[in-house]
Design a protein around this ligand. Structure first.
Ligand code: FAD
Length: 508
C-alpha cells in the first residue's frame, strides 16, 4: 500500500460498508420467480445475486448480445471477423460492487490489466498527467494542486477557496440541497480557476459523465469529484480487460447465472408489464409472457420511459414512477464512438488511453491494438493499428460517420502522425442512452424501490444514497434491487460497499 493510502486511511479515506448483507437463508426457503428486464451491468448484477440465492430468475435482453453500453459483438470486416464493442471503459479500483460481481467469473480479476498513466491532451497546452498522482486523498489533491503545471501558486491564491470548499465537504443530503439547482458550469466559474486548469483538469473530468457542464447539476459534479478523487482510497487508477467484453465478461457471467438455475434470453424485448394476483407478468415482443413475483427493470433511461408508458397498469400501481418518467426518460446529449482499423501506427510513445481537452468533438482516444489481444493480433498480422475515438457529449443531429471524421481530424491536430494513417475500416455509432443529470433533477430521480410492490429499478441513472457512478452505480443498484427481493423472501442479502460517504471536511 502506498504511503498516501496509509495516511488517507488513517484520516478515514477507506472502504465503507453500506450494507453488510446476510440476515437470511443461503437459498430462499420457498420457490421465488423474478424477471430482470435488461442484460447490461445492472440487470446481470441483479441476476447473479438472485440466481446464487436460489431465485428462479429470467433475464430478458432485447439485443442479440448481452452487455448494453458495455456490450461486444462480432464485427464482419473485409479481412475477417473482429470483436467490436460499445466503447472503451475504464474499470476504476473503487468499483467495489462491480468488481465483486466480476470476481464470480475470475476471482483474482486477472483479466483486468492496469493501464499506465492517464494523460490529458490539448492543442493549447502541454500534456497533463492525471495518472501519476499519489493514489489517495488528501495527498492526491495536494499533489494535483502543487505539481500540476495547470495550477501555479499564484493561481491558487487567486482561486476562490470558499467556492472550492463544497468539493471537500460533499454530503449526500446537504450538497444536493445547496447545489442541485446550479449548473456545474456556474460552480467552475465561481472557483475562478485559471483557464488552463479549468480545461485540463476540470472540464475533462465533467465530460466523462456524458453531460455538458452547462446542463449538468453542480451537486452531481461535486458528488463525482468525491467518488473519483477526493474520497477515493484507491486513487484515480483504472484497469481494462485484455479480451473483448463478450469473452471476458458476458459469456462467463451468463454461464454463471445459468449454472445457478437462471435463464438468460437475448433477443427478447420486454414490451409491457401487467399485474397478476401473485405479482407481475412481463410480456415480450415475440408474444411470450413471464409471470414473476418480482421484476427488476434494468434498462437505459429512454427504454424505461417507453416500457412504463406501454404499461397502463402502472398509472394506478406506480403513480410516482409514472410521474418521474418524462424527465428521467430524456437522455443526456448523444455520444459517439468510432473504431478505426488503419494501416500504419501512431508513435510508439503514445499512451493506450488519453483524455482530450477542448476539442470541439473528440474527448478521448484509445489504442486498442496496445490493449486488447484480438486487436493486437490483427495489428501484428497487418502492420496496422486499431484506434477508438469517443465524443461524450456531442452536437445532436450529426451523422455518426461525420462525427467520426471530425474526431479523426481533431486527433491529427494533436498527433500529427495520425494524419498519415490510411483507414481500412470504420465502424461509427452515435447514440443517446446516457442518463441526464440536469440541474434540479435529483429530487425527482427514481431510486431502486418503486411505489409498486415487487417492482424495482436498476441502472446508472438510478439514485443511490451512497457514492457511485456509471458502471459502478449500475452494478450497485442491481445488487440493491436483488437485496430487496432476497430480504422479502427470507434469503441472505449481498454486501454492498462504497467509499467514505461524506467529504473529508464535511464534519459530522
Ligand atoms: C462510449 C462509452 C464509454 C463509457 N466509458 C465508461 C467508463 O470508462 N467507465 C464507466 O464506469 N462507465 C463508462 N460508461 C458508462 C457505462 O457504460 C454505463 O454506466 C453502464 O454500462 C450502464 O449499464 P446499465 O446496465 O445501467 O445500462 P445499459 O448498459 O444501457 O443496459 C440496459 C440494457 O437493457 C436493454 N433493454 C432496453 N430496453 C429493453 C427492453 N424493452 N427489453 C429488454 N431489454 C431491454 C438494452 O439493450 C441494454 O442491454 C461508458 C459508456 C459509453 C457509452
Amino acid at each position: 500500500m502506498a504511503l498516501s493510502q496509509v495516511v488517507g486511511r488513517l484520516i478515514g479515506v477507506r472502504q465503507h460498508v453500506v450494507d453488510p448483507g446476510g440476515g437470511g437463508a443461503h437459498r430462499v426457503p420457498r420457490p421465488v420467480e423474478a424477471v430482470v428486464v435488461g442484460g447490461g451491468i445492472a440487470g446481470m448484477s441483479a441476476a447473479v445475486v438472485l440466481a446464487e440465492r436460489g431465485v428462479r430468475v429470467t433475464v430478458l435482453e432485447a439485443a442479440p448480445t448481452l452487455g448494453g453500453r458495455l456490450g461486444a459483438w462480432p464485427q464482419e470486416l473485409a479481412d475477417g471477423v473482429q470483436a467490436n464493442e460499445h466503447g472503451f471503459h475504464a474499470f476504476f479500483r473503487q468499483y467495489y460492487n462491480w468488481r465483486s460481481i466480476l470476481r464470480r467469473v475470475d476471482p483474482e480479476l486477472r483479466f483486468l490489466k492496469p493501464i499506465p498513466g492517464y494523460p490529458i491532451l490539448s492543442a493549447d497546452w502541454p500534456t497533463e498527467e492525471f495518472g501519476r498522482l499519489p493514489p489517495a486523498p488528501p495527498a492526491n489533491l495536494l499533489a494535483l494542486l502543487l505539481r500540476s503545471p495547470s495550477l501555479r501558486l499564484a493561481d491558487l491564491r487567486a482561486m476562490d477557496r470558499d467556492a472550492a470548499l463544497p468539493l471537500l465537504t460533499y454530503d449526500p443530503v446537504r450538497t444536493y440541497a445547496e447545489f442541485d439547482d446550479r449548473t456545474a458550469d456556474e460552480l467552475l466559474n465561481s472557483l475562478r480557476l485559471p483557464d488552463r486548469a479549468r480545461a485540463m483538469l476540470f472540464e475533462v473530468f465533467s465530460h466523462s459523465f456524458f453531460n455538458h457542464e452547462a446542463e449538468m447539476s453542480a451537486a452531481e459534479m461535486i458528488a463525482q469529484f468525491h467518488f473519483y478523487l477526493l474520497g477515493n482510497p484507491e486513487g484515480l487508477a483504472f484497469d481494462c480487460p485484455d479480451e473483448d467484453y463478450g469473452s471476458a465478461i458476458w459469456q462467463p457471467l451468463a454461464r454463471h447465472v445459468e449454472r445457478h438455475g437462471g435463464q438468460v434470453r437475448t433477443g427478447f424485448a420486454a414490451t409491457r408489464l401487467d399485474r397478476t394476483p401473485d405479482g407481475w407478468r412481463v410480456s415480450a415482443a415475440d408474444g411470450t409472457a413471464y409471470p414473476a413475483g418480482h421484476v427488476v427493470l434494468a434498462v437505459d433511461p429512454p427504454a424505461l420511459a417507453a416500457l412504463v408508458a406501454a404499461s397502463p397498469v402502472l398509472t394506478g400501481a406506480a403513480p410516482e414512477l409514472v410521474a418521474a418518467m418524462p424527465a428521467f426518460g430524456t437522455p443526456g446529449p448523444p455520444y459517439a464512438v468510432a473504431r478505426y482499423w488503419c494501416d500504419g501506427d501512431v508513435d510508439a510513445g503514445r499512451a493506450v488511453f488519453s483524455g482530450v481537452s477542448r476539442q470541439p468533438t473528440l474527448d478521448s482516444v484509445t489504442l486498442y491494438h496496445r490493449l486488447e489481444n484480438e486487436s493486437r493480433r490483427w495489428a501484428e498480422r497487418t502492420g496496422g493499428s486499431v484506434l477508438e475515438l469517443h465524443a461524450y457529449a456531442c452536437e445532436p443531429g450529426v451523422p455518426a460517420e461525420e462525427l467520426a471524421e471530425r474526431m479523426r481530424a481533431e486527433l491529427a491536430a494533436l498527433w500529427p502522425e495520425a494524419a498519415r494513417l490510411r483507414v481500412r475500416e470504420l465502424r461509427a455509432r452515435v447514440e443517446a442512452q446516457a442518463p441526464a443529470f440536469t440541474p434540479g433533477s435529483h429530487a425527482r430521480r427514481p431510486g431502486v424501490r418503486t411505489d409498486a410492490e415487487g417492482l424495482y429499478l436498476a441502472g446508472d441513472g438510478i439514485r443511490t444514497d451512497f457514492p457511485s457512478a456509471l458502471m459502478e452505480r449500475s452494478a450497485a443498484t442491481g445488487i440493491v434491487a436483488a437485496n430487496h427481493i432476497l430480504r422479502a423472501e427470507g434469503g441472505a442479502a449481498e454486501p454492498v460497499r462504497s467509499i467514505r460517504p461524506r467529504g473529508l471536511l464535511a464534519g459530522r
